[in-house]
Design a protein around this ligand. Structure first.
Ligand code: GLN
Length: 278
C-alpha cells in the first residue's frame, strides 16, 4: 500500500490540532517509517510492506488513545541526548532541561551529586555526562524507573550509582555526604488535574506527578531535612517546583536553616526553581 504524510495527518485530525497532527505525522514518517526528511516535505508517497502497514495502524490506534508519542517511539530528547522512556517514567520536560543548565553554570566540576526521584535518569545522567569528574548518585522508589534510568546511563556511557530508596522513609547513614542534592519530585496537586492534558493524565505515572492537596510540600520538606544531614556545609539544594508554591518552599527552607535561598523563573516566567545553601 502507498500512503502519504497527509493521509496520516487526516487520520489524526479528529483527535489532535492541525499543528499536532503535522508534528506527529512527521515523526511517524521520518522516525518510524524511515522516510527521508526531504521526501516528507515534498509530500512523496511511502510504500508500506504489510508489516509496516500493520505497524502504522497500531501506532494510529495508540495515538487515538492519546498515548504520548515518546512512549510510542520509546525515546525522548533531553539536552540534545536521546533517553529511553516507557510508561514507568515521566517524560522529561523542557523545564527540567533548564534546571540542569542552571546547575551546570553553577556547580564545581568535581561534586558529589544526589538526584532524588530520578525517573528516566535524565538529570543524573546529563550531569554525569557534562561533569565527568563528579560522582553522581540517583534514587528512586520505583523499580521500573531505576531499570529505565540504568539503561540510559549504560547507553549514554556514564557511571551513575542507582539506589532504590523511598525518600519519605529513608534515614541516611552517618557517612553519606553530598555537595549537591537535586530533585524534581511529584508536585502536581489533585485540584490541578482538570487542567492537565489527557496524554499526561492517562499515561504518565501518577507516582511521579501527584502530591496530596493537603500536603503539597511533602517531598520538599523531607528532602530539606535529609539535606541538613547529608549535605556538606555550603552544600546546595536544587529543586524544580510547582509555580504555585514558590514562596511557601522558600519560607520552609528559611525556617529549616538554609540560606542564600533563590526563587527562579522558567522560560515561561513561572516560578519554577528554588536553590538554597546549607
Ligand atoms: N512539570 C510536570 C507537569 O506539569 C510535573 C512534574 C512533576 O510533578 N515533578 O506535568
Amino acid at each position: 500500500m502507498n500512503i502519504t504524510a497527509s493521509y496520516i495527518r487526516q487520520r489524526l485530525q479528529g483527535d489532535y490540532t492541525s499543528q499536532e497532527s503535522g508534528n506527529l505525522s512527521r515523526l511517524i514518517c521520518c522516525e518510524i517509517l524511515g522516510q527521508k526528511a526531504v521526501d516528507y516535505y515534498l509530500g512523496k508517497d511511502i510504500t508500506l510492506s504489510v508489516k509496516a502497514e500493520q505497524e502504522l495502524e497500531s501506532i494510529l490506534t495508540r495515538l487515538h488513545h492519546f498515548e504520548p508519542i515518546q512512549y510510542i517511539l520509546g525515546e525522548a530528547r533531553f539536552l540534545g541526548r536521546t533517553f529511553y522512556v516507557a510508561p514507568g517514567v515521566l517524560i522529561p520536560r523542557p523545564e527540567t532541561e533548564e534546571l540542569v543548565e542552571l546547575m551546570l553554570k553553577e556547580l564545581s566540576p568535581i561534586s558529589r551529586i544526589l538526584d532524588i526521584g530520578t525517573g528516566s535518569g535524565c538529570i543524573a545522567v546529563s550531569l554525569a555526562k557534562e561533569l565527568p569528574e563528579s560522582q553522581v548518585t540517583a534514587w528512586d522508589v520505583s523499580e521500573d524507573a531505576l531499570s529505565i534510568a540504568a539503561s540510559n546511563s549504560k547507553s549514554l556511557q556514564v557511571a551513575v550509582r542507582f539506589e532504590q530508596r523511598d525518600v519519605l522513609t529513608y534515614s541516611p547513614d552517618a557517612t553519606e555526604r553530598y555537595d549537591v542534592i537535586v530533585s524534581n519530585p511529584p508536585y502536581v496537586i489533585e485540584a490541578e488535574k482538570q487542567e492537565m492534558e489527557q496524554n499526561v493524565l492517562d499515561w504518565e505515572p501518577s507516582l511521579a506527578l501527584f502530591v496530596p492537596d493537603t500536603d503539597p510540600l511533602r517531598f520538599y520538606r523531607r528532602i530539606a531535612m535529609l539535606g541538613l544531614e547529608m549535605l556538606v556545609p555550603g552544600g546546595k539544594l536544587y529543586f524544580e517546583i510547582n509555580r504555585a508554591f514558590g514562596e511557601d518552599i522558600v519560607s520552609m527552607l528559611r525556617e529549616s536553616g538554609y540560606h542564600a535561598i533563590r526563587l527562579q523563573k522558567d522560560i515561561s516566567h513561572n516560578d519554577r526553581f528554588v536553590i538554597a545553601e546549607k
